[in-house]
Design a protein around this ligand. Structure first.
Ligand SMILES: [Mg+2]
Length: 255
């Protein structure tokens, strides 16, 4: 490749494609967390099941322990609150449930039971084939994020670094995780394209000076994405693409 062509190419294509994990690689909440809350309830003989819609409501309560407590408080005449009435015992029970739930969630991830969203694998492949760097940037549990990449994208995992967990002090919407990824990958933030599914995640990408492509997820579809550079329902599998890697140029088909 001569210098001129390379310069043009460098201008045209993103240097890096950075994926959020939850809601972008997988519908983690619907297919992972919700499912393992329910399995935990079943294992403990708790007669409750959170369906997709109810779980969407419960997501307004941040934190798994807080979410369970809030829900049990609303149905105090049924188990487990019916028999466990002491506030300290309730706290202990919720702690135990949450530990078991976290364990089950990781098991589910390692089993490869969290399906990838349409088009994720295709886009990762296209990006790598076109010389872009690919990474996953999430402020969720590092083990879970790495587990998803290892089990669901095994053929690309060694070329997909994961930046996750408490690697940065400030979580999204702070730009820190994206800036750290750009610095580590040695790429210009302005030449990075981020794929996010939430308003908070999109804000983090924009604050990092990156372009942001939103793929709406089941629990984020009504959020405000006015700052996003492009919004899709998903990336789309081969033959059904909403966007291809070579369209992520500057200027591109839809930026
Ligand atoms: Mg997300």
């Amino acid at each position: 490749m001569n210098t001129q062509t390379r310069a043009l190419r460098n201008f045209d294509y993103p240097e890096a494609l950075l994926f959020d994990c939850d809601g972008v690689l997988c519908e983690t909440e619907r297919d992972g967390h919700r499912v393992t809350f329910n399995r935990t309830f079943k294992e403990f003989g708790i007669p409750h099941e959170w369906d997709v819609e109810l779980y969407g409501e419960l997501l307004k309560i941040g934190g798994g322990k807080e979410r369970m407590t809030h829900y049990f408080d609303g149905v105090p005449d049924t188990e487990p609150w019916k028999s466990v009435t002491d506030p300290n015992e309730r706290k202990e029970l919720v702690k135990k449930l949450h530990l078991r739930k976290t364990e089950m969630f990781l098991e589910l991830v390692y089993e490869g039971a969290l399906p990838l969203r349409p088009g994720v694998k295709r886009m990762v492949k296209e990006a790598l084939e076109n010389g872009a760097k690919v990474a996953v940037c999430s402020t969720s549990n590092e083990k879970a994020v790495q587990g998803i990449v290892n089990t669901m994208l095994p053929e690309f995992a060694d070329r997909m670094p994961v930046f996750a967990g408490d690697i940065v002090p400030k979580k999204k919407p702070a730009p820190d995780i994206y800036l750290l990824a750009a610095k580590t990958l040695n790429v210009n933030p302005a030449r990075c394209v981020v794929v996010e599914d939430t308003h908070i995640g999109c804000s983090a990408a924009k604050a990092a000076g990156m372009r942001c492509c939103v793929t709406k997820s089941i629990y984020s579809e009504d959020e405000d994405f006015s700052r996003a550079d492009a919004v899709f329902d998903c990336l789309g599998d081969e033959g059904d693409e909403r966007v291809k890697f070579h369209q992520l140029t500057t200027p591109g088909d839809f930026w």
